[in-house]
Design a protein around this ligand. Sequence first.
Ligand SMILES: CC(C)(COP(=O)(O)OP(=O)(O)OC[C@H]1O[C@@H](n2cnc3c(N)ncnc32)[C@H](O)[C@@H]1OP(=O)(O)O)[C@@H](O)C(=O)NCCC(=O)NCCS
Length: 149
Amino acid sequence: MTPRDELRTELFSAENLHAVSQLTKRCFKAPWSEEIYRRELDNPQSVGFVCMAGAEAVGMIHCNFVLDELTLNTLCVDEAYRRRGIARMLWNAVTEMMRGVCTVCYLEVRESNTPARTLYASLGFEQNGYRPRYYSDPEEAAVLMAVQL
Ligand SMILES: CC(C)(COP(=O)(O)OP(=O)(O)OC[C@H]1O[C@@H](n2cnc3c(N)ncnc32)[C@H](O)[C@@H]1OP(=O)(O)O)[C@@H](O)C(=O)NCCC(=O)NCCS
């Protein structure tokens, strides 16, 4: 990717699946496998958007929904593209699409993940639970958050 590549937002699809998998490997220590994301493409209760720069994915959001409840599973932005509003833009794309379908969104986040917790608070999420020792490697609590859509 080069600085001249324009950013564009797309639905998560078979075309950007591999680029998304590469992005999640850069962003997370234990990302979902490409196979898991591939299966999500066939899941009618799955929604995702990808921010592309050229052929590279630089941001991705993925959620599942059941009835009126949305769960945010993955939100990540390539380190070189952070603090440009990409995560907020991806979240807005999901809420725009799910308006009238879902009324609430839930997520869990590592207690020490200040960037993500600050982002979620700025999007209106509030803490509604706490699970000690929820994550491993390293062991850490999960903060549960929710927002009315
Ligand atoms: C969390 C993450 C997705 C944020 O992506 P981003 O595109 O940089 O976020 P945005 O630019 O849309 O930020 C929106 C707001 O979130 C907050 N925020 C984002 N990054 C922050 C940071 N490092 N420190 C403090 N606040 C931060 C700010 O309020 C920011 O608004 P501002 O820039 O006007 O101050 C990104 O840091 C990331 O991919 N982290 C690694 C993966 C991860 O932890 N994902 C969440 C797992 S639950």
